[in-house]
Structure formats: structure tokens, C-alpha cells
Design a protein around this ligand. Structure first.
Ligand code: ANZ
Ligand code: ZN
Length: 824
């Protein structure tokens, strides 16, 4: 047929790729490897444009690297545990496994219809026992190293989803998924000790040159390292002590009060039976209604109440009041802070509000500072004053150091590094997750399931009662077991793991997805890891990446993998917008990928999405631009169709190249140079595509001239065009490549190298004159600069000869035409 029948072409090649297993890879030490990975999707039911964008970007990278000679691993799978499947079960009684598998099947077909070059033999699904067996194994590895532990803790609780939420899943005090107000609940929970790795997670960010700096900053802030000191204050008239954490121990002489978190155990002790008790209790009840997010918000109005008790400042012996405050977090530092209103903005406002003392202990160098002059805290550096033997020191360096030394020498405190990073709460009271492989025995306590007994299978006969308890509790068969140690009757843990655990190691499983003996073979992960290019949404910039980095380091420490960072390069793709807003069901502005593929084909969908914006930017959907991409592919089709079926008069290849021949050759190689650089260095797919479009114009232009054309020149341009377009529009180019008479797949071609010589503009003849007399001619590339022409002219033998014993007065240059050397 001589029109662009995308349906026929796409179906044909998708079948061919599937039948020949075209993108299957195995370890091959003779080739450099390249691991290209897109974040695996949750099987929600249908692909959305965000997926299409993510996988189209990844596919260009994978196909390009393959053509560059790399052994490319490009796998796909399913992050398939999680709430929506369970909600379907609760609402409609539909089995989560069935719901999930059906969605996976549907989305797999949709991915295949996109023509993405996956090695489907490596497909994995985190909800299947052959995968979660190893997630459970991973839990046991951490447990054995003391990195998985259980503790009673106050957790964020979504009353509507009836589940625990991580801090990060609480958005503006509401549940990330359903927006209901989140509250607190005390529960025994499993944690992973991410805090043990805080410093390494921070330090190793430096190795990640291939990550966007904004993502590294987000990771850094999340880890939140701070350097300071703990200081111990004695409570007046008791044996109790209050330990505070401060980053400003240089201001210790300026402390005029101390504030405890409402949850601090001393609060009750200090106020019990006193006239202050009722007031303090009311205050605490009020504060506990706030979420952690509200309590840390900078908008929060700082409030506090007096406890009636006092502490003694360990440096100057002064008595200052103890308060309880809404802004002090029990989980951070020591849950108690010292108030220095003269040098902290928050404390300044607080002191003004409650009429607390303010004392200046740092002055700007060479100036004095009194409280009456102050409208706000003085937070800059300066010289210490009112600070006993430390007065006169520069606060920042020496002051800090001397105070710390004093505290340590007198057992009143010590230097301390704190992190905001918390341990990772992994317990979920949900059904659709990997069961935590622990058994509780009356005699032996918590005992991990033995590796040979893994997986701990999810039971099917459970009840979905949204009562806050794990549905696994309702299965007696599941719960009742025997102790792996002593064989007495025992009960299973019924919590399942946070799905982030499943996704924190899947990139390792892709290296060896079918292994039944191990989670993965080290030789295989040694060959493939780390991931050379990871691509996904910026919404995973903190948690998923942190957890994956953490798990990789744990496995590295156990000698199970050799890398300590999983992802060498990271690309965070922008959002897909329509009418200026994120495409989403709730906004009703969704364009379905299926609709676009049916109307224009996958190649057009891919091309548009890559052409409309650079990968990291947001992309605005535009129907005309989709149409435009479709027309472009039609134009490419017609060009090659007519080249093949309607040959023009071709000149003999030996003939000298005309100006037109040289122009087309130059544009061809310039395009190759540009597209290669765009793919190689910057992922500027949009500009790569527009250069290809220009090349197509140039070929049309060349062939439209009613004259003889040079077969070699056209052939080279058309072949390069098809090759360069192939990562973007893989089906069409595969078809055209065959049409051009090739027997191999275009995706097996080597990426061509551009010819530096062909880039040079046409040659021109420059006349050489000395004092106006013609003395010769220069054949040079057009467009040389005056300096270059002058240098060349002066190097000519006959010029040298003619000006030998004369002095040059001046040199007149008309670029591309003439050089006149004036001598005397
Ligand atoms: C006295 C002081 C004086 C402070 C001053 C600051 C400025 P980062 O860097 O985030 O670690 N703080 C300590 N523990 C706290 C808690 N549990 N809840 C709320 N605030 C807490 O911040 C450390 C500073 O935050 C500490 O230093 C403490 O206030 C406060 F001019 O101590 B500072
Ligand atoms: Zn036992």
C-alpha cells in the first residue's frame, strides 16, 4: 500500500518483536552493559499519559544505547501490592489477587501496543509469591542484623482508610489518598533502622553526579543533619534533670526559660498535684489534636504554659521557668529545648507574648545591643557578652567550641549530631501486602520464619472488615502455626509490609528474575548493577529513592551486592498537563493513551510526547501538535515510498559533487551530530526531533529540484533519517528499513558516526593580492574568519617570497573573496 497504514505496521512489528524475543538480553561480558530502568507502575487498571511519557523516554534511551553497542537491560514489572486492590475487595467483594492480575494483563497489552522494547521474559510482579518470598527473605536479613525491630509508637492513623500512614503520606494534616483528617494512635509496629545509615545516605549523595541537584537537596533536607550539643539542666528542688538539644550552645547564658514537649514524661511528674496541673492538662489535650505536620508548620502560632517548676542553668546557676509548648516535638532531639529569645526569632516572639525575660549574649562586632533597641532577635554572628569567662569570644567558632568543651569537662552535656530522618515504619494493618515473616511464641518470643519455609503465603479466606485490624487476623489457618524454634503452638504476625519495601529492591530482582534459590545471583547483579539510567516521577524523589538507597547499602554491607548506590543517573520527568492543570481523573481532563493510539498510532503518540517538551519539564497536551506529528510521520512515509517506488534519474556516483549535493550531505551530517549530542548528553529529545524534521525538509527540497540527483547522497540521508528516527518511532522506521531493502532490523543497526569533513561549508576561492596585484589564489572552506584567512595567506610560499624584505603596512580582507597585503 502506498499510504501510511499505522495499524497494520504497528501490529505487524509488535508481533514480530514478540515472536523473535527481540529485546531479550543475557549477561555478555564481551559487551559493555547498560541498565535502563523506568519506575515500575502500580497496576491501577489502565496506562495514563504519565506512564506513556515515562516509558517513551526510557525506550528512546534503551534503543539508542543498544544501537551504540551496549548490552541493554530494559525490564518491566508491577508494583502490585497496595491499597486500591484491597479497597476494591472491601467495596465490591472482588478478590484483590484477581483484580490485580486482570489489571496487569490489561496494562501489559497496552504497553505492548506502545512498542516499548522490554525484555518481557524478565517481567516481575511484587504481589506474586515468587517475588514476595524474597521480600520476606530481605526482612529476615534485616532482622538478623538488628535492623528490623518492633516498638510501641504513636502512629499517624487514617480513620477512613483504617490504616497507618508514614509521615510523608500525611499531606496538610490529611491522608494522602483520601484527604480525611489524620489522627494519632499508639500501636506496636515494625521498623527498619534507616537512622543507622543516615550519615552514609547523606555522604554518598556526593557520588551521585548524574542526579538532578534538586533531588539531592530534597534527600539532604529529609535526612536533616544538624550539629549541636545536648545540655543537662537540673530541676530545682528535685533529683530530676532535663536534657535539651540545641544547635546554639554558644547562647547558653541567654537562656531565660526551658520548654518541654507535651508528651515529655517529666510534664506529669512536675505538675502532679500542683495548682498548675489542670491548666497544663487542658493545654496538652488541645495540642494533641494537631497533626505532626501542623506542629512543625512555620505558620503555627507558638503557645506554651508554665508548669510551676524551674531549672538551674548549668553555666551561671540561674533559675529559669519550665514551660510546656506546642511547637516542641517529642520525637526530635531530646523533646526539650532551651529558650534564647534574644537570638532566635521564634523564641523572641514567644517571650514577648508571655512576657518572658530576654537577655542579649551576642553583640555585633564593635557595637552594643540592648533589649530595648531590639525589634526582633539578633541571629547573626558576633561577640559573646554577659557570658562569664566566655565573654569576648567570637561566638561561632571559638565560643561554640569552648562552651562544648566546658560542658563535656563538667559532665553537663556533650556535642551531638542529630538527624531529622526517622526509622522507617514498615508495618501495615492491611491484607494486600507481603506478610511479615515473624512468629510469636510464648516461650521464645518473636522468631523469624526459616528461609526454607518461605514464602509465608497470603491466605485467601479472610474477611475485609474495616476495623483497623489486619484482615489476616481473621484467618485462623493463617494465624495459628508452630514456633520455628521449639515447635509449640504459636501465632503469626498479621501485619504486612509497606509496599515501599517491595519497590526498594526490585531493580536487583530484574537482574535475575527467575531465580528460585536466591533473591538474585551476585554474579548477575555484579554484571548489571548499578542502574545506568533511572527514570520516573519526581513524586518519588524522597521516599522511594531513600529506601532503595538504604536497602542497597544494607545488602552491600552483607556482601550480597557490590554497589552502594543503586541508581547512577536519575531523570525525573515532568507532569503531563492539559489546559494548564495536571491530567487527572478528578479534574476530568484526561486524554487516554488508547484513544490516541487508535486514532494516530503509537509512533505518533510517542513522537508527540517526546517532541512537545524536554523530559524534565511539564508537558502541555496539544491536539494540533499531535496532529502535526502524525502529518510528519506521513511525510516521512511518502518520502521513502516515492524514493523506493518512483526513482529519479540518478547520476553516476563518480561524478563530482554539486553544491546541492554537498548541502544535503552537510545537513545530513549536521543532523546526525546534533541528534547524537541531544541523545547522549542532555536527553533533549524535542530538539533532536526538530532537527530530524529539518533533515526531512532538506531531502524533499533536494529531490524536488527538477534535475539529476546523486543516488549516494540521497541514500545516505534517507538511511540516516530512518536510523535516527527509530528510537522515537520504532514501528514506522522498522517498516521503512525493510522497504529500503534491508534484511536486518533497524534496531540492530549501529548508530552512525557523523563525518567531520562533511560538516564543512562549501569551498570558496580567495584571491591573494600584494599591493593590489594578484599573486595567487586560496581554495578554502567558506566562512573562515579574518584571522584564519590572514594566517593562511601569510603562509603561502609566493607571498612569503614577495614580502621578504618589506614591512607590512596593513592587510585588507574581504571574507570568502579577497586578501590584499599592503607592503612598503
Ligand atoms: C537554643 C537555640 C538558640 C536554638 C538559638 C536555635 C537558635 P535543627 O537545626 O533543626 O536541628 N529544637 C531542638 N529540639 C527541638 C524539638 N524537639 N522541637 C522543636 N524545636 C527543637 O534545630 C535545632 C534547634 O531547634 C535547637 O537549637 C532548638 O532551638 C530547636 F538562638 O536551641 B535551639
Ligand atoms: Zn518457641
Amino acid at each position: 500500500s502506498n499510504h501510511y497504514n499505522f495499524q497494520e505496521i504497528e501490529t505487524k512489528w509488535q508481533k514480530e518483536w514478540e515472536d523473535t524475543n527481540a529485546f531479550k538480553v543475557v549477561e555478555d561480558k564481551s559487551k559493555p552493559k547498560y541498565y535502563c530502568l523506568e519506575m515500575f507502575p502500580y497496576p491501577s487498571g489502565n496506562l495514563h499519559m504519565g506512564h506513556v511519557r515515562n516509558y517513551s523516554i526510557g525506550d528512546v534511551v534503551a534503543r539508542y544505547k543498544k544501537m551504540k553497542g551496549f548490552n541493554v537491560l530494559h525490564p518491566m514489572g508491577w508494583d502490585s501490592f497496595g491499597l486500591p486492590a484491597e479497597n476494591a475487595a472491601i467495596k465490591h467483594g472482588y478478590p484483590p489477587a484477581k483484580w490485580t492480575i486482570e489489571n496487569m494483563e490489561n496494562m501489559r497489552e497496552q504497553l505492548k501496543a506502545m512498542g516499548i522494547s522490554y525484555d518481557w521474559d524478565r517481567e516481575i510482579a511484587s504481589c506474586l509469591p515468587d517475588y514476595y518470598k524474597w521480600t520476606q527473605w530481605l526482612f529476615i536479613q534485616l532482622y538478623n542484623k538488628g535492623l528490623a525491630y518492633k516498638k510501641n509508637s504513636n502512629v499517624n492513623w487514617c480513620p477512613s482508610c483504617q490504616t497507618v500512614l508514614a509521615n510523608e503520606q500525611v499531606v496538610d494534616g490529611g491522608c494522602e489518598r483520601c484527604t480525611s483528617q489524620v489522627n494519632k494512635k499508639a500501636l506496636e509496629q515494625w521498623f527498619f533502622k534507616t537512622t543507622d545509615y543516615a550519615q552514609r545516605l547523606l555522604d554518598d549523595l556526593e557520588k551521585l553526579d548524574g542526579w538532578p541537584s534538586k533531588v539531592k537537596t530534597m534527600q539532604e533536607n529529609w535526612i536533616g543533619r544538624s550539629e549541636g550539643a545536648t545540655i543537662v539542666f537540673d530541676v530545682k528542688g528535685t533529683d530530676e534533670k532535663i536534657e535539651v538539644y540545641t544547635t546554639r550552645h554558644d547562647t547558653i547564658f541567654g537562656v531565660t526559660y526551658v520548654v518541654l514537649a507535651p508528651e515529655h514524661p517529666l510534664v506529669e511528674k512536675l505538675t502532679q498535684g500542683t495548682e498548675y496541673q489542670a491548666n497544663v492538662q487542658d493545654f496538652i489535650t488541645k495540642v494533641q489534636k494537631l497533626s505532626e505536620v501542623d506542629r512543625t508548620s512555620t505558620e503555627l502560632e507558638k503557645e506554651g504554659v508554665f508548669t510551676g517548676a524551674y531549672v538551674i542553668n548549668p553555666l551561671n546557676g540561674e533559675e529559669v521557668p519550665i514551660l510546656v509548648g506546642n511547637y516542641v516535638l517529642y520525637e526530635y532531639g531530646t523533646g526539650a529545648v532551651m529558650g534564647v529569645p534574644a537570638h532566635d526569632e521564634r523564641d523572641f516572639k514567644f517571650a514577648k507574648k508571655y512576657n518572658l525575660n530576654i537577655r542579649v549574649v551576642i553583640e555585633p562586632e564593635g557595637q552594643s545591643l540592648t533589649v530595648d533597641q531590639m525589634e526582633d532577635a539578633y541571629t547573626e554572628n558576633g561577640i559573646m557578652v554577659n557570658s562569664g569567662e566566655f565573654s569576648g569570644l567570637a561566638n561561632r567558632d571559638l565560643g561554640m567550641q569552648k562552651i562544648a568543651e566546658f560542658l563535656e569537662a563538667n559532665n553537663k552535656g556533650q556535642r551531638k549530631i542529630n538527624y531529622r530522618l526517622r526509622d522507617w515504619l514498615i508495618s501495615r494493618q492491611r491484607y494486600w501486602g507481603a506478610p511479615i515473616p515473624i512468629v510469636y511464641c510464648e516461650d521464645c518470643g518473636a522468631v523469624p520464619v526459616e528461609e526454607k519455609d518461605l514464602p509465608v503465603l497470603l491466605p485467601e479466606n479472610v474477611e475485609f472488615l474495616p476495623n483497623g485490624e489486619s484482615p489476616l487476623k481473621s484467618s485462623n489457618e493463617f494465624v495459628n502455626t508452630v514456633c520455628p524454634k521449639c515447635n509449640k503452638p504459636a501465632k503469626r504476625e498479621t501485619d504486612t509490609m509497606d509496599t515501599f519495601v517491595c519497590s526498594s529492591w526490585y531493580f536487583l530482582r530484574f537482574c535475575d528474575p527467575k531465580n528460585t534459590e536466591k533473591a538474585f545471583d551476585k554474579e548477575k547483579t555484579d554484571y548489571w548493577m548499578s542502574v545506568d539510567q533511572y527514570i520516573g516521577g519526581v513524586e518519588h524523589a524522597i521516599l522511594h529513592l531513600m529506601y532503595a538507597r538504604f536497602l542497597t547499602k544494607v545488602l552491600k554491607d552483607q556482601g550480597l551486592v557490590s554497589v552502594d548506590e543503586p541508581f547512577k543517573n536519575l531523570l525525573t520527568q515532568g507532569m503531563v498537563l492539559k489546559d494548564g492543570a495536571k491530567m487527572s481523573k478528578s479534574k476530568g481532563n484526561v486524554v487516554s493513551p488508547e484513544e490516541i493510539i487508535n486514532k494516530y498510532g503509537a509512533d505518533t503518540a510517542r513522537l508527540f510526547i517526546l517532541f512537545a517538551a524536554p523530559p524534565e519539564r511539564d508537558l502541555e497536551w496539544n491536539d494540533q501538535a499531535v496532529e502535526g506529528c502524525y502529518r510528519f510521520l506521513n511525510r516521512v512515509w511518502r518520502l521513502i515510498d516515492s524514493y523506493v517506488n518512483d526513482p529519479q534519474e540518478y547520476t553516476n556516483e563518480q561524478k563530482e559533487l554539486t553544491k546541492e549535493d554537498k548541502d544535503l550531505k552537510r545537513i545530513n551530517h549536521q543532523t546526525l551530530k546534533k541528534v547524537t549530542a541531544d541523545l547522549e548528553e542532555r536527553f533533549n529529545f524535542n530538539t533532536a526531533i526538530s532537527s530530524i524534521m529539518e533533515l526531512v525538509n532538506a531531502i524533499y527540497h533536494y529531490r524536488e529540484k527538477d534535475k539529476e540527483v546523486n543516488n549516494l547522497i540521497v541514500k545516505e540521508a534517507i538511511e540516516n533519517l530512518v536510523i535516527m528516527l527509530s528510537p522515537f518511532a520504532p514501528h514506522l522506521t522498522e517498516e521503512l528499513w525493510t522497504k529500503l531493502g534491508n534484511e536486518n532490523s533497524v534496531h540492530e543497526e549501529n548508530w552512525p558516526k557523523y563525518d567531520e569533513n562533511a560538516l564543512v561549508l562549501e569551498e570558496v576561492t580567495i584571491v591573494l593580492q600584494i599591493n593590489g596585484k594578484v599573486r595567487g589564489r586560496l581554495e578554502v572552506a567558506a566562512g573562515l574568519s579574518k584571522d584564519e584567512i590572514e594566517k593562511m595567506a601569510l603562509e603561502q610560499e609566493n607571498v612569503k617570497e614577495n614580502i621578504k624584505d618589506k614591512t607590512i603596512q596593513k592587510i585588507i580582507i574581504i571574507p570568502n573573496k579577497l586578501v590584499n597585503i599592503v607592503v612598503k
